[in-house]
Design a protein around this ligand. Structure first.
Ligand SMILES: Cc1ncc(COP(=O)(O)O)c(C=O)c1O
Length: 439
């Protein structure tokens, strides 16, 4: 504390108390007035200078505010599923309430939850793990944060493809890691090539972060592509691999899900698979995430849990077990629906002159390249970049999308197509009308 106090910021205002508050005629407190004196205040930790609020949430909040002000808004911005879990999940939670132990639980996750996740892993073709290879967290984001703490020293290098999910960059920056971006432009179908990976990973690369299917692009790597990347990874023994594959059940066109360890089993020694209930089971608010990987990593994540969350709550655990082990029909139906929506969204986007969009094959996102419109005008406003494009689209047509720069690809924007079904077509038509009006 002593060192920080020496560099303490001056600026905290100490107020004289409620008697110093100014009150208007109706009695509402307007502001605090004198006496105010400035006192030294300890500073926030350096890492908080690197921490930023999520860009996606900022857009979603703006869309909500416009809606609250009476505007007709269609939101393609936030990446949440549009469905709730099946009734068996709620029944399991209700039953658990009847038998609540009221106690702390396991830092790793209850045995029943770990066993349910092992069965779920096996269904994804990821067998051969035991409870000791697993840990749990408050969503995949928490697991990823724990992994960054467990695997990265300050200044260590983490490499990942662009476009990336926003939190990879934010988390890396909070822990002080050095980020190496591997650009995967639209012309490359937003996918990483083995040659790129080979050139990028050096003995100094501590972590390679991979996401399949991808948020924000919806792209899915084929079996052959994963095999080719795995062959490169097998030759990079100094690098941990994290596969954030929380959308692995949301794959279309019979493409299937594939992981590097299925082609290079020795990668198990340094690969961590991350999963979550949020998207697959329509449970983002329940906050349950998982990891499967080397025992040392699972233990490290469990130790971190013991120092912050302690455990996944008992009621949530019961719901999570039911989601993983119960009927999967809700998920299956939703994935079929998303595949149909993908067809409509993709067809509508590529029909717009100037837009190109690699065809997504999973998750519920499309990531059209709109850079052909940069430099055009919407009324008096020049559309200089993706942020200006999204702002003008929201202002003039009431459609909220996330600028691609939030994902490291400023030529594009992200469309999340989980809006209410009746809004999908009008939303797409508004985007087409907007593009047609740009001059
Ligand atoms: C690729 C990816 N990883 C992780 C997460 C975080 O998921 P969770 O809700 O389990 O924290 C998201 C959420 O949008 C995501 O898209």
């Amino acid at each position: 504390m002593g060192v920080r106090s020496k560099h303490a910021a001056v600026g905290a205002a100490v107020h004289g108390g409620t008697d110093a508050a100014l009150q208007c005629k109706q009695g509402h407190v307007l502001a605090f007035a004198a006496p105010v004196r400035e006192i030294p205040m300890p500073q926030l930790a350096q890492r908080m200078r690197r921490a930023k609020p999520s860009a996606i949430m900022l857009i979603a909040e703006k869309a909500k505010a416009l809606q609250a002000a009476g505007r007709d808004i269609i939101s393609f911005s936030i990446g949440v599923p549009n469905f709730l879990p099946g009734p068996h999940v709620y029944e399991a939670a209700a039953r658990a309430l009847q038998h609540d132990s009221g106690q702390y639980g396991s830092n790793r996750g209850s045995n029943a939850l770990l066993d349910a996740f092992l069965a779920h892993l096996a269904q994804a073709g990821m067998s051969g793990y035991t409870r000791e290879n697993l840990s749990t967290g408050v969503g995949a984001k928490h697991i990823l944060y724990n992994l960054a703490e467990a695997l990265l020293e300050e200044g260590d290098e983490i490499a990942f493809p662009t476009p990336y999910w926003t939190s990879y960059l934010d988390i890396a920056e909070i822990v002080g890691a050095k980020v190496k971006l591997l650009p995967c432009p639209p012309a490359q179908g937003y996918k990483l090539t083995p040659q790129q990976l080979d050139a990028a990973l050096t003995p100094a690369t501590r972590v390679f972060m991979f996401n399949n299917p991808s948020n924000p692009t919806g792209m899915v790597y084929t079996r052959a592509e994963i095999a080719a990347l795995a062959e490169v990874l097998a030759r990079k023994p100094d690098t941990w691999i994290i596969t954030d594959d929380i959308y692995h059940r949301m794959v279309f066109d019979g493409l299937g899900y594939h992981n590097f360890v299925q082609f290079q089993p020795q990668l198990r020694e340094r690969l961590v698979f991350v999963d979550s209930l949020s998207k697959t089971y329509g449970m983002p608010g329940w906050r349950v995430g998982f990891m499967a990987g080397p025992k040392a990593v699972a233990s490290a994540v469990t130790t971190l849990n013991s120092n912050h969350i302690t455990n996944i709550p008992e009621i949530t655990t019961a719901a999570a077990i039911a989601a993983l082990s119960g009927p999967q029909d809700v998920t299956v139906r939703q994935v079929e629906d998303f595949a149909h929506r993908r067809d409509r969204v993709h067809a509508a986007l590529v029909a717009i002159p100037g837009i190109s969009c690699p065809r997504p094959q999973g998750a519920f996102y499309a990531f059209p390249d709109v850079s052909a419109f940069f430099g055009k005008r919407c009324g008096d406003t020049v559309i200089g970049d993706d942020v200006a494009f999204c702002a003008a689209l929201l202002d003039s047509k009431g459609v909220a999308c996330v600028p691609g720069s939030a994902f490291g690809e400023p030529r594009a924007l992200r469309i999340s197509y989980t809006c209410p079904a009746a809004q999908l077509q009008p939303g797409l038509e508004r985007i087409a009308a907007f593009c047609a009006e740009l001059r």
